[in-house]
Design a protein around this ligand. Structure first.
Ligand SMILES: [Zn+2]
Ligand SMILES: [Zn+2]
Length: 241
């Protein structure tokens, strides 16, 4: 019933406020969440992929990418969807910094379409969005991972818990740090809320996965709380723009 009401009210608001393509800004109609031209600019992950983080790899002989071979990875497996490119960079930046929370529908759609089945097969019991520091939350008014996690939770019918992992201190900016320094830096940034949890498995959600240090740090916190099986999903995977 709630889904029906939601669908009707979304339909009405689309007529009153036509939506724009999250990538190019053109007005789009119908049920499309992105214009066809921009859809063709997305780069869904293609095999072969790293069996750990899920990013594309070149060498068919190896199981893991260079990062996963050298860095600690306590999560079971990752479900990234798209290779990060300039088109997605603009979209994710608007989603994160420019109040385009409405893009969460498009972004959650990508996750469900690209990796939804595999996520449901892994059957995580709860969705955990990567938390942001309170001061950033104050500046921006929202946490984009939380907005995305909520939309994904609705679609996959999974509960979302934003009170398990907390962001502790303001981290030193990650730019210019080596992978190992990033990991050390982030290890201090995420802490357990101390909540008693019944979950045995969880899915960490973020908009983009870069070095894996954030997901690793959150994984360690969840595992310290007794959630042994941790997965992650992100809309994009890749480095810098
Ligand atoms: Zn477009
Ligand atoms: Zn990897």
């Amino acid at each position: 019933m709630i889904d029906k009401i939601r669908a009707i009210s979304e339909g009405i608001s689309r007529v009153l406020y036509p939506e724009s393509c999250p990538l190019c800004g053109r007005v789009i109609g119908g049920k499309e969440l992105c214009c066809n031209e921009c859809m063709s600019k997305l780069n869904p992950i293609k095999s072969p992929v790293c069996l750990k983080c899920g990013q594309e790899i070149n060498d068919q002989e190896t199981d893991c990418c260079g990062d996963c071979a050298t860095m600690q990875r306590h999560y079971v497996k990752g479900f990234p969807c798209l290779s990060y490119n300039q088109h997605m960079a603009k979209c994710l930046s608007d989603f994160k910094y420019h109040n385009m929370r409405c893009y969460s529908r498009f972004l959650a759609d990508i996750i469900v379409r690209e990796r939804g089945k595999e996520i449901l097969l892994a059957s995580p019991e709860v969705i955990v969005p990567v938390p942001v520091h309170k001061s950033k939350l104050r500046d921006r008014g929202y946490n984009q991972a939380e907005v995305l996690g909520a939309e994904l939770g609705r679609r996959l019918k999974l509960p979302v818990d934003t009170g398990l992992v907390l962001r502790d201190s303001k981290t030193t900016p990650q730019k210019g740090l080596s992978n190992h320094e990033r990991e050390e830096n982030l290890k201090r940034a995420f802490i357990s809320s101390g909540k008693i949890v019944k979950y045995k498995s969880a899915l960490i959600v973020d908009d983009i996965y870069t070095t894996g240090a954030t997901v690793e740090a959150c994984t360690r916190v969840l595992q310290s709380m007794g959630i042994k099986e941790v997965y992650y999903t992100s809309v994009c995977i890749g480095k810098g723009y």
